[in-house]
Design a protein around this ligand. Structure first.
Ligand code: ATP
Length: 271
């Protein structure tokens, strides 16, 4: 038996409407992954093959994971998610085996998406942080072997995500591997309004709540921050009165005040 926890198969239930903004990335995911599933004959006729690997780059909390789950849901694909660092094992050879069985499982359950979050934790540029024979190197080599061996019509698409593109080994980006780059940006003003709308759907809001104003108060907030701010707004309402039945603008202002915008922190740390 493997010392590593087996990667679970999921059939996620995330709709495109659950994601605010990111219109361009949604379009790219639909064309690269959903279309080849729905219209295989069209792809054949026109003489193109679907991409095997896509790399999403962008700061944490900006819906990379959410979008990968959404495309799996919308295209009805099985979903196997793994965080880069999870693939390390202290047992020699065990990590490569984990990569092999992950791909085998995806092929056996195709059409499927393999999602590697924090791929930078795995695909660190070889030779920079180690002597070239570390577990990371061996896992990366195995990943490349699996990507290269993947049939383009196998129905398996690999999506990787990172917020440290500078740490990615360029070997991963060669044609036939992760050759589509999706640049995931933090939400702009109108995206933030959409995200507030999504995360207040199930909240009874008073008529004084302006989503537009909330969006303008949250420059530098990621989608994850906004979700948290909405929750904090509801908590602030309950703190005022446990019998309260509506969340109002003042509660949202309190909620926003309780959450620090991660985008600012993220870019400060990179600098
Ligand atoms: P990480 O790099 O940390 O994995 P991520 O970019 O993958 O971050 P997610 O895990 O997808 O981010 O986002 C965290 C949560 O924040 C999501 O589950 C979702 O609830 C919320 N969220 C983030 N972005 C959006 C968005 N654009 N619309 C709606 N909700 C969002």
């Amino acid at each position: 038996p493997s010392a590593m926890r087996e990667v679970m198969l999921e059939l996620p239930k995330v709709r495109w409407e659950d994601i605010g903004g990111q219109k361009e990335i949604k379009k790219q995911l639909i064309e690269a992954i959903q279309w080849p599933q729905i219209y295989p004959e069209a792809f054949k006729r026109i003489g193109i093959l679907p991409p095997k690997g896509l790399l999403m780059i962008g700061p944490p909390g900006c819906s990379k994971t959410l979008m990968a789950r959404a495309v799996a849901s919308e295209a009805k694909l099985n979903f196997l998610a793994v965080k880069g660092p999870e693939l390390f094992s202290k047992w020699v050879g065990e990590s490569e085996k984990a990569v092999r069985s992950l791909f085998a499982k995806a092929r056996a359950n195709s059409p499927a998406i393999i999602f590697f979050d924090e791929i930078d934790g795995l695909a660190v540029t070889r030779g920079t942080e180690n002597d070239g024979t570390s577990v990371a190197d061996r896992v990366l080599s195995q990943l490349l072997v699996e990507m290269d061996g993947l049939e383009q019509r196998s129905g398996v698409t690999v999506i990787a995500a990172t917020n440290r593109p500078d740490k990615i080994d360029p070997a991963l980006l060669r044609p036939g591997r992760f050759d589509r780059i999706l640049d995931v940006q933090p939400p702009d003003l109108s995206d933030r309004e959409d995200i507030f709308q999504i995360h207040t759907r199930k909240m009874p809001c008073s008529s004084d709540v302006s989503l537009k104003e909330l969006a303008s108060l949250t420059a530098g907030y990621t989608g994850a921050d906004i979700k948290l701010a909405c929750r904090e707004a509801a908590v602030a309402a309950l703190e005022e009165n446990l019998e309260i039945s509506q969340v109002s603008m003042k509660h949202f202002k309190i909620g926003i005040g309780r959450v620090n915008p991660s985008e600012v922190i993220f870019y400060q740390n990179l600098a």
